[in-house]
Design a protein around this ligand. Structure first.
Ligand code: CA
Length: 229
């Protein structure tokens, strides 16, 4: 199985730091200096499983690169490298289709932990006990990791798929944001609870009839969410 990762970062000192640490962790790193370069390299190598995208770049920015990747590829794991610590950056990144973000400066341990976690998910390594979960109008196929609503395919990222699976396996049960973070991102995850809310907001846009007035993923105020009919 491929261990390829794409690193898009225009500052060569930061790029080298990332490359050295990921190579040491056993990954094969493909480097890109601009967004255009990154998109070319992704096109040329179909087995890249995770991409790290810097946001502030000389040409098209990291958000745009993320958007363009997601237009054709929902399987690849995407981590945004955010320089600023503003919430907006993180939210914008996740709304354009990123799975995670790392705020600079980061330690080698933090970077590797994030990449490892996403890599495991993007690989879909754990074989599922085959099957389907059917809750009209949704049909989740755990073998292909796909979702249909009324027979129409809904394109999901790996994280969105994991959230849907968690909900559909726990219908009617209120799940706290901490539980969701543990179940979807794993117990060794460093991130903040906010990532749960942002991913659910994005998922609602894809699966609800009206995301402003959700009926499938219900908010349990002050606690978390519930998959409810
Ligand atoms: Ca930069």
């Amino acid at each position: 199985m491929s261990r390829k990762i794409l690193v898009l970062e225009d500052e060569s000192s930061i790029r080298s730091f990332i490359v050295i640490n990921l190579t040491r962790a056993g990954y094969e790193v493909i480097e890109a200096e601009t967004g255009e370069d990154a998109l070319e390299k992704l096109k040329g190598s179909g087995d890249i499983r995770v991409a790290l995208l810097d946001i502030m770049l000389p040409g098209i920015d990291g958000f745009e690169v993320c958007r363009r990747i997601r237009a054709t590829n929902t399987r690849i794991g995407i981590i945004m490298l955010t320089a600023r610590s503003q919430e907006m950056d993180k939210v914008t990144g996740l709304m354009t289709g990123a799975d995670d973000y790392v705020t600079k400066p980061f330690s080698p341990a933090e970077l590797t932990a994030r990449v490892d976690a996403l890599f495991r998910r993007a690989g879909g390594a754990a074989p599922e006990q085959a099957g389907e979960i059917h809750q009209a109008p949704f049909l989740l196929n755990t073998r292909n990791r796909t979702l249909e609503k009324n027979g129409q395919r809904v394109k999901l990222t790996q994280v969105e798929y994991s959230i849907m699976k968690m909900f559909m396996e726990n219908p009617g049960k209120a799940l706290s944001r901490e539980e969701i973070l543990d179940m979807v991102w794993g117990r060794d995850y460093f991130g903040e609870l906010k990532i749960v809310d942002v991913n659910i907001r994005r998922l609602r846009l894809k699966i609800e009839d009206n995301a402003q007035n959700p009926t499938y993923i219900n908010t349990v105020w002050g606690y978390g969410y519930k998959w409810g009919f």
